[in-house]
Design a protein. Structure first.
Length: 181
């Protein structure tokens, strides 16, 4: 089967939650464009610097790699301690897991983070990108809720995306209600 983007190279990448078949090069471009779109959506290019901390998590490693690839000459990327960051790097799975954990505990609902440069990006996409770019990272560990959702995803591959989107909709509804008060 040929890549559905370039239609030239053989497809080597397919995720259960996405019907598209990619070649390695088109997948890398696809993921980079997703991140760049999130940067534009959050209007981060208008800020003086994108401040991000270095960690061994795949999310941070891939994000820093992409940021440096596109913005290294602009001096817009600043590596800082975690408490001084002005962006987030959370995959769909991490956001969905945090949302569901807070919901099940009955605590204040955790909504998707602000300035999340990985909004809508799966951990599986990040891991594949890291493998292609030969980026080393520590294996993600999300705990019991993630493990349960991972099992459900075998029959329902979009479960993480569904929970993630539900969290975004709840956040929008709560913000709208707060503004109407």
């Amino acid at each position: 089967m040929k890549c559905e983007f370039c239609r030239k190279r053989d497809a080597s990448i397919k995720f259960p939650f996405n019907p598209v078949h990619f070649c390695d090069q088109c997948f890398q471009t696809f993921l980079e464009k997703k991140v760049l779109k999130n940067i534009r959506k959050n209007k981060l290019l208008k800020q003086s610097h994108i401040k991000i901390s270095e960690e061994d998590k795949v999310e941070k490693k891939v994000l820093i790699h992409i940021l440096l690839k596109y913005f290294s000459k602009s001096n817009k990327i600043e590596l800082v301690p975690k408490e001084k960051e002005n962006v987030n790097a959370k995959s769909v799975e991490e956001c969905a897991t945090e949302f569901l954990e807070s919901f099940l505990k009955g605590s204040e609902t955790v909504s998707p983070p602000e300035n999340n440069l990985l909004d809508g990006v799966s951990i599986y996409e990040l891991i594949k990108y890291a493998e292609l770019e030969k980026i080393t990272f520590n294996k993600p560990n999300f705990g019991k809720i993630y493990t349960m959702l991972k099992k459900i995803s075998l029959n329902n591959p979009s479960i993480f995306f569904s929970i993630f989107q539900s969290g975004k909709k709840i956040k929008e509804k709560l913000e709208k209600e707060a503004n109407n008060r």
